[in-house]
Design a protein around this ligand. Structure first.
Ligand code: AMP
Ligand code: TRP
Length: 339
């Protein structure tokens, strides 16, 4: 048995702006894992973004904005590797190998594809369908062992494990590719839409009032929380009392995650409180936590060269880990390497 070094990999697509869901479900947790026992690698996954149409000029800004979001939230390029996917060509190369390992039947079970393609499945790009095998390549190219993600990505990380095991088995490669663990922890692994607590908060929802963007100013944040859908009941005495109250539960979870306490602790502080008291407290807390980040993002976005230099350095470091693993994979597969 080889023991793989504890290594974290995760990524975010530069498609539209970053939301509070991305922050609490992903970036904040990436920051927490930095400087622990893991080597941490974080990626702006631009090749994933283009599985649906992206305006080329907008994509470049969106890529820098996600990078700025990482840095402003506390990802330190001297402690973590931070880069954009397309600058390390090995992602696409290993992605092809995995297209030949993964089975069509596995892809057909991916719920995110079904949701995104909807009734339009014949018209979406082939890339959108193959997306999970590129995601497996992102992770396995670094022999990553831990993958922090939001709840919606659980199935893709499980597929990554299936691809790793089929590769190891078919090519009699021992445990060359590790079976990575999805890390889905904390109260905010699925932040919901502010206008409909049964839907996930996403970058692409139709109304801006459904989501908090990481670039929203204090007034916008306050307004969005004030107008967030709730029910007429006050906050209950126990967490059980939030059952079947998805909007209320969501706001409590957001509060818990922002203040780094459990949802139980929030409930015990606010038991019996009405929304007129809870919502302004939540808005103040969100502004206190997010305003410094959005200010730093705005500062960085005025210096795209600074961001590009960080991504260039990160890409070199990522490439140095990825290349030997890709070359070894080619060798295992039986591809001649004569230069
Ligand atoms: P994406 O923006 O789809 O590239 O997602 C990047 C990361 O953010 C993934 O780990 C997602 O699971 C996470 N994420 C996106 N939206 C949410 C949400 N509403 N709640 C929690 N995590 C989310
Ligand atoms: N598929 C992820 C999402 O849509 C983004 C992603 C791409 C990712 N590659 C990854 C996440 C590797 C974790 C690890 O949110």
């Amino acid at each position: 048995m080889t023991t793989h070094t504890p290594r974290v990999f995760s990524g975010i697509k530069p498609s539209g702006g970053l939301t509070l869901g991305n922050y609490l479900g992903a970036i904040k947790r990436f920051v927490d894992m930095q400087g622990q026992e893991f080597e941490t690698i974080y990626c702006v996954v631009d090749l994933h973004a283009i599985t649906v149409w992206q305006d080329p000029a907008v994509l470049k800004d969106a890529t820098r904005e996600v990078a700025a979001g990482f840095i402003a939230s506390g990802i330190d390029p001297s402690q973590s590797i931070l880069f954009n996917q397309s600058q390390v060509p090995a992602h696409a190369e290993l992605g092809w190998i995995f297209n030949c390992v993964a089975r069509v039947g596995w892809m057909n079970r991916m719920t995110q594809f079904k949701d995104k393609a909807g009734k339009n499945a014949e018209q979406v790009s082939l890339g959108l369908y193959a997306y999970p095998s590129l995601m497996a390549a992102d992770i396995l190219l670094y022999h990553a062992t831990h993958v922090p993600v939001g709840e919606d990505q659980k199935q893709h990380v499980e597929l990554t494990r299936d691809i790793a095991s089929k590769f190891n088995h078919d090519f009699k490669a021992g445990d060359f590719f590790p079976l990575c663990e999805p890390i889905i922890e904390g109260p905010a692994t699925r932040v919901m839409n502010l206008r409909d607590g049964t839907k996930k908060m996403s970058k692409s929802g139709e109304s801006d009032m459904e989501r908090i963007n990481m670039t929203d100013d204090a007034d916008k944040i306050a307004k969005k929380f004030k107008k967030a859908k709730t029910d007429p009941e006050p906050l209950p005495e126990t967490l059980d009392g939030l059952k079947d109250r998805p909007e209320a539960r969501n706001l409590v979870d957001i509060y818990a995650s922002l203040s780094e306490v459990t949802p139980e602790a929030v409930i015990s502080e606010y038991a019996g409180a009405g929304w007129g008291r809870f919502k302004p407290a939540l808005a103040d807390l969100a502004v206190e936590k997010l305003a410094p980040i959005s200010q730093e993002m705005a500062r960085l976005m005025k210096k795209p060269d600074e961001i590009d230099a960080i991504l260039a350095k990160g890409s070199e470091k990522a490439d140095a880990i990825a290349q030997p693993i890709l070359q070894k994979t080619y060798d295992i597969v039986g591809l001649v390497r004569s230069r």
